[in-house]
Design a protein around this ligand. Structure first.
Ligand SMILES: [Zn+2]
Length: 443
């Protein structure tokens, strides 16, 4: 990277410097931290120690980064099984924050932070937002939910530490969100991509042209989204849309983020070590191969995660980004292995449906997948909103669109699905993560 860029990054955002650490130096740091976190977890977390014992290994067996493959995986069920505090490696007196998943089924999962963990979390968010070109002087509205969910508070402290002005609007109340955006001159939004699409629509209904607002960037995460959604967002609002990645089990938002090149998401790998594995065998795969993302927290104190299986399917992209960051990148996450629907024996991912729908002119980025079972046979119906112009047009145009969508879905999925075109605004909007799949199959 050029020294000019480095010096300007240093001036603006001192915390951005680790992004440009020479590769060997970064690997050395990762190994030091890996050895230390493994030793610490082995010492304090019963479940991890017993799994190491079963494998006949001790922390001393970790002598290189490749040795990480010897370590046991951690799964989401481990967090549930040890609810609430079974995986903590710090005593409660050192823990300053707890977060938890919403827990729609059964017990939630609980995650914890020491003050040092919160500092790391804030620092990676600063680096993420700086990588999106945001800085002091920006007015950042955080419309992720505040509370037990990590999205709101994570983005909040990052944006504040960046030196930006934070508008902590939290989720919901679309009209108020839009009023704040306009009246406060908000320059960047943090929320889920589907919620932002909803705000674009609602602003139009209120007669507010989002393209005329000072808003110039959106940092969107907490759900997988496709390039088609990015195009809808950018054309509907004239902003630059960035993909940010994270999960509470690892730290919350800020595990990785796109830079202004938009060629994958840089993982802040001085804190989170990424691997790609074959989801069926658990074998490590080389960079460039698609598989399940596994993350190890290298510096986390309160609740270290060793080889956590994220269920997110992606690739570690080979080569270095043109921005000069030495941090490796992952491809955008289009699907999670547990999102997979099995319809009449065929594997179907909602992201395949989304891409097929939104690449067709005349559709809106609002759709829903309905699963039912009729006489023992799975039925898949895709409902998608179409533009008002389409509905006002002659019936022929609708029929043509219907055929086009039917054809492309049949081709992509390899099974027959039912396509229903519905009017704009007829699918329920979400204030957070979109509910795309409604499964009414009963066994
Ligand atoms: Zn980059």
């Amino acid at each position: 990277m050029s020294s000019i860029l480095q010096s300007s990054m240093t001036e603006c955002h001192p915390a951005s410097v680790p992004d440009f650490t020479p590769v060997q130096q970064l690997r050395d740091l990762q190994l030091r931290r890996l050895r230390s976190v493994v030793a610490r977890t082995w010492q304090h977390v019963e479940l991890f120690r017993s799994r190491m014992d079963e494998l006949g290994i001790t922390p001393d067996d970790i002598r290189s980064l490749e040795d990480i493959a010897k370590l046991p995986f951690t799964k989401k069920t481990d967090l549930r099984d040890t609810y609430p505090f079974g995986l903590f490696a710090s005593p409660m007196k050192d823990i300053v924050r707890l977060h938890a998943s919403s827990g729609t089924t059964g017990k939630p999962i609980v995650v914890s932070y020491t003050q040092e963990d919160l500092n790391v979390w804030t620092s990676v968010l600063v680096r993420a937002l700086a990588g999106c070109g945001l800085h002091r002087g920006d007015i950042i509205q955080v419309a992720y939910g505040y509370g037990l969910f990590t999205g709101g508070l994570g983005a909040h402290y990052g944006a504040e530490a960046l030196g930006a002005t934070v508008v902590p609007s939290s989720g919901g109340h679309a009209d108020r969100q839009i009023m704040l955006m306009r009246d406060f001159g908000v320059t960047a939004m943090c929320c889920t991509p589907t919620y932002f699409l909803h705000l674009i629509d609602r602003a139009a209904e209120l007669g507010i042209d989002m393209k005329k607002l000072p808003l110039r960037a959106g940092v969107f995460g907490a759900e997988p989204w496709t390039e088609s959604i990015r195009q809808h967002i950018e054309s509907g609002s004239n902003i630059e849309a960035f993909d940010i990645y994270g999960l509470s089990e690892i730290i919350g938002p800020g595990v990785g983020c796109e830079c202004q090149r938009h060629t994958g998401l840089h993982i802040f790998e001085d804190h989170f070590y990424p691997e790609i594995i074959d989801p069926d065998t658990g074998a490590p795969l080389p960079d460039g191969c698609e598989g399940e993302l596994v993350l190890t927290t290298l510096s986390k104190q309160a609740m270290p995660m060793i080889r956590y299986r994220t269920r997110d399917i992606t690739t570690i992209l080979p080569g270095q980004c043109e921005c000069g960051r030495t941090l490796r990148r992952i491809g955008r996450i289009g699907r999670r292995s547990d999102d997979m629907l099995i319809i009449r024996g065929v594997n179907v991912f909602p992201s395949q449906i989304e891409t097929a729908l939104l690449q067709t002119e005349g559709t809106l980025p609002h759709y829903q997948i309905l699963l039912t079972r009729v006489q023992g046979l799975d039925q898949l119906e895709v409902q998608v909103e179409v533009t008002p112009e389409m509905f006002n047009d002659k019936i022929g145009a609708l029929q043509e669109l219907h055929q086009k969508l039917q054809g492309s879905l049949d081709r992509v999925l390899g099974i027959r699905v039912r396509v229903s075109l519905v009017e704009a605004n007829s699918i329920e909007r979400s204030e957070g993560k979109a509910k795309r799949v409604i499964d009414r199959r009963t066994s």
